[in-house]
Design a protein around this ligand. Structure first.
Ligand SMILES: N[C@@H](CCC(=O)O)C(=O)O
Length: 361
């Protein structure tokens, strides 16, 4: 069966349908990772996005029980050059086609993903739709140009109520803006007594849980669409050590008076080099973000830039000058991707231990 991928700039791609027989609209973005498609399709930060992978053969090791980043995937659609019909791996339980059918996600293959990626790079991120071969492209293009995509993605993917993930170590309140399981895995590995809370938790509710540390998760969309989280961060920082990842990093910046802005086409891949300014050390990192903290907005705040991207010089890490609080734009939990930055979770544990002895100031 044929299917169309239509972009708001008027480009129409025709390819083979796989996955669910349904139509979806979303922001079209590309990821350059050569492996890790299972983690990518289950990363809640891709909510409302149609993702294309630049690596040409996808699905060859199937879908397994262990590599999910969430239970219910939030991605809107998937675009590949070639999809493997017969996955081969000892852990594989489903093909990509079967998984997408089960989760009502449409896919398209047989597309020139190099051409698509070039269009996104030149035009910037743009809206697109996966529609049936019978749809009229002109009507779809008109709809893409006039219709706004939803801005409540964080609400869509965050937990509705708090739940524990118990351990015997430090109590960490993990604010779920669309949390990847990898973050919870890293905290559990360190025996943290984690309480996962919804995105709209108040500072009072967080402090009532008597946390030793607060973790701000990744999540989809524009950080400016989550004002309640900015207020919460202002109410907890300086009282408890804090660590933020990706959307959590952007929200921390906004809470301290810095600004965020959209990148032309984002950073999405598993080999983005990042430099730590204090040591000059380079880490190869996993990234997935469409927004960035505006560098010029930081000077007037109590924040300091700790890390920068080597590809384009954008801000990749921040710390607070007075409080035990630091954040990164990239993904130290990896999944997928390199684990060079995993030590940041240990840094957070050390910060928590120091605060237990010395207090937070
Ligand atoms: N949604 C934010 C953050 C992504 C994330 O937290 O993974 C962005 O695209 O910049």
């Amino acid at each position: 069966m044929k299917r169309q991928l239509i972009l708001e700039d008027g480009t129409v791609f025709i390819g083979e349908a796989f996955g669910a027989d349904t139509e979806r609209m979303g922001e079209v973005v590309f990821n350059t990772g050569m492996t890790g498609y299972q983690e990518i399709i289950s990363d809640p930060s891709y909510c409302n996005q149609i993702v294309t992978l630049t690596y040409p053969l996808i699905g060859n090791y199937g879908i397994n029980r262990d590599d999910f980043e969430t239970i219910i995937p939030a991605i809107s659609g998937f675009v590949v050059k070639e999809v493997a019909d017969l996955p081969s791996n000892w852990r594989s339980e489903l093909s990509l086609d079967e998984y997408f059918k089960q989760n009502n996600i449409p896919g398209i293959s047989g597309i020139d993903t190099r051409k698509l990626t070039r269009i996104i790079r030149q035009h910037g991120t743009l809206k697109g739709a996966l529609v049936s071969i019978d749809s009229n492209p002109d009507e779809v293009i008109k709809e893409l140009r006039t219709k706004q995509l939803p801005t409540d993605q964080v609400k869509q993917v965050s937990t509705k109520s708090a739940y524990p993930s118990p351990g015997r170590g430090s109590r960490v309140v993990l604010v779920d803006f669309g949390m990847k399981h990898g973050i919870l895995r890293e905290l559990n590995k360190r025996d943290c007594d984690v309480v996962v809370v919804p995105y709209n938790v108040t500072a009072e509710e967080v402090l009532k849980l008597r946390p030793d540390g607060i973790m701000l998760s990744n999540g989809p969309g524009d950080p400016k669409d989550v004002p309640e989280a900015i207020e919460m961060i202002q109410g907890v920082q300086g009282k408890v050590p804090l660590f933020g990842i990706c959307l959590g990093h952007q929200l921390f910046a906004l809470a301290n008076g810095a600004n965020t802005e959209p990148l032309k086409f984002g950073h999405r891949g598993s080999n983005h080099p990042v430099k730590e300014l204090a040591t000059g050390k380079i880490a190869i990192t996993s990234q997935n973000h469409g927004y960035t903290v505006e560098e010029d907005s930081i000077a007037a705040t109590a924040l300091e830039v700790t890390h920068v991207a080597l590809n384009d010089g954008t801000v990749e890490g921040l710390k607070h000058n007075q409080y035990p609080a630091f954040t990164v734009q990239y993904h130290p939990e990896a999944s997928p991707g390199p684990e060079d930055a995993n030590g940041l979770f240990d840094q957070f544990m050390n910060m928590i231990d120091a605060a237990k002895v010395e207090g937070v100031k």
